[in-house]
Design a protein around this ligand. Sequence first.
Ligand code: AMP
Length: 403
Amino acid sequence: MKILVINTGSSSIKYELFDMDGQQRLAGGLVEKIGEKSGGLTHQKVLGNGEIRRHTEHGPVPDHGQGLKRVVELLSHSEHGVITNKDEIAAVGHRIVHGGETLTAPTVIDDQVIATIRELEPLAPLHNPGHLKGIEVARAVFPRAVHVAVFDTAFHQTIPPHAFMYALPVDLYKTHKVRRYGFHGTSHAYVAEQAARYLERRPEETNLITIHLGNGGSMAAVRGGKCVDTSMGMTPLAGLVMGTRCGDIDPAIVFYLGKRLGLGMDALDNLLNKESGLKGLCGANDMRELLAKRDSGDANACLALEIYAYRIKKYIGAYLAVLGRLDGIVFTAGIGENCAPVRSMACADLEGLGIAVDEEKNKAPGRGIRQISPDNTPVKVLVIPTNEELRIAQETQRVVETL
Ligand code: AMP
C-alpha cells in the first residue's frame, strides 16, 4: 500500500510518499512560498541503493492546488518519479495540529471532521486554516484515495483533568475550551513506541519521559504507553525554552510589560513567541549557531545554554515524580538527536535518581537508536530519531485497514 503524507501550511506543502509494505520512504519534498513572487519546490527521490536524487524548481506557485498538482507530476515523472499513476496512492495522511477534545484519534476525513477542524481554528490560528486548504486540494487531486487526519494533539488526550486543567474560573474551560492540549504528539508517540521496542518491554509496562527538542520543544510523561502530562499548554508557547519562544514564565510579566512599555496584545504575542527563547537570550535561535557563539566565548550564549538545559532538567524531576517509576528517557528531534552538550547538561548530577549519561557514548556519532546511559543505571537514556511522517503513514494505514 502506498501512502502520501502531507503537512500543509499557509504557504507550503511538505510531502512524503511511503510504501507501507516495507515501511520505505519512496520520495518527499517541500513546495514553498505558495502565492508569493518567488516560490519553489525541492523534491527528493529515494533510489534503490538508498541514495537520494534531488530536484529543485524555482518560480511562483500560484496556489496550493497548483503546488499539489506539480507534486503529483513529479511523483509520476519518468526521471524523478516513483509511481506510474496517482491512483496507486491508496490513502493520504494529513498532519493536523489541533484536534481539540473531540478529534482524539486518527479519523477518516468527512464533512463533519472538516467542520470540527474549522471550529478549532481559534485554538490553532496559524495551522488549522492551512491544513484545511491542504484537505480541500488533496481531495480534489486524489478523489479515489482515503483521506485520514492525524492530530498532533491526539496523543495527549489521555492526560487526566488534574494535569490538563488550569487554575482559572472553571467556566473558561467549559465555555472557551481553555485547558492544556499539548503538541508534538505524533513525535512523542513514535519515539515512545520505539523506546519500548528497543528496551524489549511491553509498552503497557513501560514508563518514559520523552523529550522533543527541535526549533520548538516539549516533553511528555508517558505511563504504560499513554501520555499523562506534557510541557506545552493550551498553545505551543508553554514549557521548555525554545528557539524563539520563552516557555514557562510568570504570567504577570505580560501585564507588567504591557503597562510599563505600552505594548499591545499583538506586540506581546510577538515578543513571547518570536523574540524570546534562545534568540532573546543570546541572539541565536539555532542551536548550532548558539554553540559556535559559546565556543568563541560569548557569555550570553553560555548562559542561554544553561537556562535551556536547566528547564529540561526541572521537567525531568517533575515527571519522575508524576510517574513514580521511570524506565527510560528519550531525546529526539534536531537538538535532542544531535546535541550532546544539551543531553549531558540536562541529565547532570541525577545519579541519585538513577539517571546518568556515559560521556563517551553520548559524544559518539550515530544515526539510529542508541543508548547513552551506562549499562548499569536503572533508567536507560536513549537517543531516538523521530519520524513524524512515517508515524502518520502508519496511523493512516491502520485506519484504512479497518474500513
Ligand atoms: P528540528 O526543528 O527538529 O529540525 O531541529 C532544529 C534544531 O536542531 C536547530 O536548533 C538546529 O540548530 C538543531 N540542530 C540540528 N543539527 C544539530 C547539531 N548537529 N548540533 C546541534 N544542534 C543541531
